[in-house]
Design a protein around this ligand. Structure first.
Ligand SMILES: [Zn+2]
Ligand SMILES: [Zn+2]
Length: 436
């Protein structure tokens, strides 16, 4: 279909300032504006915890816009840059065609600058977030994708990304994955994997992973440590807390357990949320996964009040090796600071809207705490997230079951109610079918 034959109008979920006001409206179907653009017809789109920051009026946007940054769909129109192989440009410009099934990471990025090549795609200098003042988002029937050759993943061409699975495995597994499941690759699963990856691989955590003390933990093979006292087995038990068990917190927890199990590292993990329904969902999901996905370490789900005692018991009062903070507010950060050990790391992937963090420099100095903040480079994290999605279909593959992450699929007619419910913690991950 070319742009000429597209419908003129479409339905979209629009955010209105200042807060708590989303409306389903008829707006024009987007057009190609740049040769690198693609227009995607959306099959599914979802509400995300970070949409709540916008919804509540502290996410930054001030203009009416189409909200949302998670979508999967079909390419229906491509700009003039496509269909040509140009040296140095992302290969998708040569290979993507109209009709391909695609998923978009939640930020568009060029894929051809220094920052993108390093894998820090979420901060590409010419990147832009879907669903902000500058770019309409994914909760619509059609979306314009800028820098589409650097941004999109072509699900019809699974050899176009790195994977631990063989080419044949990828091709056959993609025939079995539901689109509602693949949609999780737009944000929440890559973001969960990002939080877990940063925590386990943090330089401050490395002595426990390598068994070699700081500073030789950076390159243990470079020195002969054989005649020196190295870490005792009990020193190597990693202790993590996940703060916040919304959908991204669940993804982070599942990813963390998978990494620890795969690498056969000894560990304790406490998953914390003040909301009872979120705690019981996390526990049900944990109970449902097999040993290969959760290893042999201790796992506990806790309220905020109970978490400190659990960590103190596990670590003899020392604290957590690292914290995964998946909320994005100051009370979550304060809890993270309280639970982390000296020389620990706080990995924060929640969107922070408050003007100041709740620590003094003195507090950070006194505990030698590392703060690892910010947005997931979702395009770079897509490949490991895809592998985890395939492995953990028991969690990510189904809708509405006790052990599934996705709560329900509804039409845009339920969008206003869904925002209110998600905001008040009355539902889990909600997916929209914009054509329902
Ligand atoms: Zn999201
Ligand atoms: Zn870039």
């Amino acid at each position: 279909m070319s742009s000429d034959s597209l419908p003129k109008m479409q339905k979209a979920v629009r955010w209105h300032p200042p807060s708590y006001d989303v409306r389903v409206e008829e707006i024009p179907v987007p057009k190609l504006e740049h040769p690198d653009d693609a227009i995607v017809k959306v099959k599914y789109t979802a509400i995300c915890g970070s949409d709540l920051h916008v919804y509540r009026g502290h996410g930054g946007p001030t203009q009416v816009h189409t909200i949302g940054h998670e979508f999967i769909g079909e390419v229906i129109s491509l700009g003039e840059s496509f269909g040509k192989s140009v040296e140095g440009r992302p290969p998708l410009y040569a290979t993507l065609t109209v009709g391909n099934k695609v998923v978009a990471p939640f930020t568009a990025n060029c894929g051809e600058c220094h920052v993108c090549r390093l894998g820090y795609t979420g901060r590409c200098p010419s990147g832009v977030l879907f669903g902000c003042d500058a770019l309409d988002g994914g909760q619509a029937q059609y979306v314009r994708v800028p820098k589409a050759g650097g941004t999109l993943f072509n699900l019809d061409d699974p050899n176009s990304w790195i994977s631990a699975l063989s080419s044949d495995e990828r091709i056959s597994v993609l025939k079995t994955l539901a689109d509602t499941s693949l949609l999780l690759l737009a944000d929440i699963l890559p973001t969960g994997v990002f939080a877990a990856t940063q925590a386990v691989n943090h330089p401050k955590v490395l002595p426990m992973v390598t068994g070699v003390p700081w500073p030789y933990s950076f390159a243990p093979e470079a020195v002969d440590t054989s005649s020196h006292n190295l870490l005792q087995p009990s020193d190597k038990v990693l202790t993590f807390a996940v703060v916040g068990l919304g959908p991204v917190g669940v993804c982070a927890t599942i990813s963390l357990l998978d990494i620890l199990a795969t690498r056969q590292l000894p560990f304790n993990v406490v998953a914390i949320d003040p909301t009872e329904s979120r705690r019981s969902k996390m526990q049900a999901i944990y109970d449902g996964i097999d040993k290969s996905g959760k290893g042999t370490g201790q796992f506990s789900v806790s309220s905020i009040e109970g978490a400190k005692d659990i960590v103190d018991t596990w670590t003899a009062g020392i604290g957590c090796s690292a914290i995964l903070e998946v909320v994005g507010n100051n009370s979550a950060l304060t809890l993270a600071y309280d639970l982390v050990r000296p020389f620990g790391a706080i990995v924060s992937v929640g969107v922070h809207g408050e003007p100041q963090v709740p620590f003094e420099g003195r507090q950070l100095y006194n505990k030698n705490v590392s703060l690892d903040f910010g947005r997931c480079p979702a395009r770079a994290m897509f490949p490991p997230a895809f592998d985890l999605l395939v492995k953990r279909q028991d969690v990510f593959g189904h809708v509405g079951e006790e052990t599934s992450l996705i709560h329900k699929v509804v039409g845009f007619d339920e969008a206003v109610q869904a925002y209110d419910d998600f905001d008040k913690g009355r539902c889990g991950k909600v997916i929209f079918d914009p054509w329902k």
